[in-house]
Design a protein around this ligand. Structure first.
Ligand SMILES: [Zn+2]
Length: 430
């Protein structure tokens, strides 16, 4: 049935749109964008007055845990969490069990997503076999099966010579390498940012230098090899500065930041809440501000959630042994509206840029535009919706969210994927 998103504020910086208009969807395509559109018979009308209509948001960094840890998340539950959060597509990280390091493993993710997914899933393949950093994985086979980028996320390739070979190999296939920048010997047993807070809490420190040395190394190897490099979840002011200088020198490097690093700092850790234990860790107030500034200035290209579901019996362990990570798909949009848009720091066209346009450019994903003939992947946000993040809020199989208890502003009210409405009035309907 044709669908009309009526009277919303339609925002797409790619086509210079920011004003009240209707969007007509027929089949899997956008039929027209404008006013007083002629409607086909039986068009379903969704009122979007006071709402913002954007190109479908994409999260380039999510852990969907299937295969291997279906108790924590599945492609079915993770894509429903993504839809609930306003995303029309997610990139699935390869640190599953087994690791996604072959063509057949990539095909499994794509087929499961077609069978059970609520939104699009783009698989990311592993750089090295088993993510052990010792031998190249089958990048060519994975590209052929549909992997969109390559990463050993969860770890960094520790050996610089291996990282060089990996980037040379990835470049031959035109693939982007996503680097999780962490020098493991420098981190050691570290679990929180190294500094006054780690001392006060009596927890081992994870120094900023352990990220920054690898950001610098990976940028330098990207320059050497000409490989496209995307830096995952930057967490320090020093990393932002390194990316700024690399971009000034014309190196092809892009970067993402997570909502938790943008909106939380290490001060929150006095609670010893293991949902605040992430890799990289929450940093200082100054780091947090540098990340926000870096995003606003475009040094950091996009927001990605690093959605990392974990089972309760694992997160309920003591801080030092609990796993790293917070879920993020279902809270990202509300956090951005609350802390950036409502505060007057970010305009809607900028939100569309950092959550829909730039992340696709970072990984060379197909463009999504609010323009006639383009595929109808659309996110509608109600900026005035008031949401309270309770344990019942989530469609994810996991509840380990750093923002449980928060009262936020703004919520995805409708989500359209390939012309099909998967979220209506804020609820997932598929
Ligand atoms: Zn990571």
């Amino acid at each position: 049935m044709p669908l009309l998103l009526k009277g919303g504020r339609v925002v797409d910086p790619q086509v210079g749109l920011d004003g009240t208009a209707d969007v007509l969807v027929a089949g899997d395509r956008i039929e027209a964008v404008g006013v007083d559109l002629e409607l086909p018979k039986d068009t379903e009308v969704i009122e979007c007055a006071e709402k913002v209509v954007m190109p479908g948001l994409v999260d380039v960094h999510a852990h969907l845990r299937e295969p291997g840890r279906e108790d924590e998340e599945t492609i079915a539950s993770g894509t429903r969490a993504a839809a609930h959060g306003g995303f029309t597509a997610v990139c699935a990280m390869p640190n599953t069990s087994p690791v996604c390091d072959t063509g057949s493993a990539v095909r499994f993710v794509i087929e499961r997503a077609e069978e059970t997914g609520a939104v699009r899933v783009h698989p990311v393949g592993a750089l090295t076999q088993g993510q052990r950093g010792e031998a190249l994985s089958e990048i060519g086979d994975m590209v052929a099966e549909g992997a969109v980028a390559f990463s050993d996320d969860g770890r960094d390739v520790q050996d610089a010579g291996m990282m060089r070979r990996v980037m040379e190999y990835a470049k031959a296939f035109g693939a982007t390498v996503i680097a999780h920048c962490e020098d493991e010997p420098l981190v050691g047993p570290g679990v929180v940012n190294e500094g006054a807070i780690s001392t006060r809490l009596g927890l081992p420190g994870w120094p900023a230098a352990a990220e920054e040395t690898m950001v610098a190394r990976n940028i330098r190897i990207a320059e050497l090899t000409g490989c496209r490099l995307h830096l995952a979840h930057l967490s320090t002011a020093g990393s932002v500065e390194l990316v700024r200088r690399a971009k000034e020198r014309g190196i092809v490097v892009t970067a993402e930041v997570t909502p938790h690093h943008l909106f939380l700092d290490e001060g929150a850790l006095v609670s010893y809440d293991t949902n605040l234990k992430m890799n990289p860790p929450l940093r200082t107030v100054e780091d947090r501000k540098a990340l926000v500034d870096g995003l606003l200035e475009g040094i950091i290209d996009c927001i990605a959630t690093d959605h990392a579901p974990h089972a309760p019996h694992e997160k309920e362990l003591e801080f030092e042994v609990a796993p790293f990570g917070t879920t993020g798909l279902e809270t990202a949009v509300s956090l951005v509206v609350t802390h950036l848009v409502a505060e007057g720091m970010m305009e809607w066209k900028h939100v569309a840029r950092v959550m829909a346009v730039a992340p696709r450019r970072c990984l060379n994903l197909p463009e999504v535009r609010l323009e006639q003939g383009h595929v109808a992947d659309i996110t509608v946000v109600d900026p005035e919706a008031r949401v309270e993040i309770t344990p019942e809020w989530f469609y994810s199989n996991s509840r380990n969210c750093a923002f449980v208890g928060s009262k936020l502003l703004g919520k995805a009210s409708e989500v359209v994927v390939a012309g099909r409405c998967v979220v209506r009035n804020g609820r997932v309907i598929v």
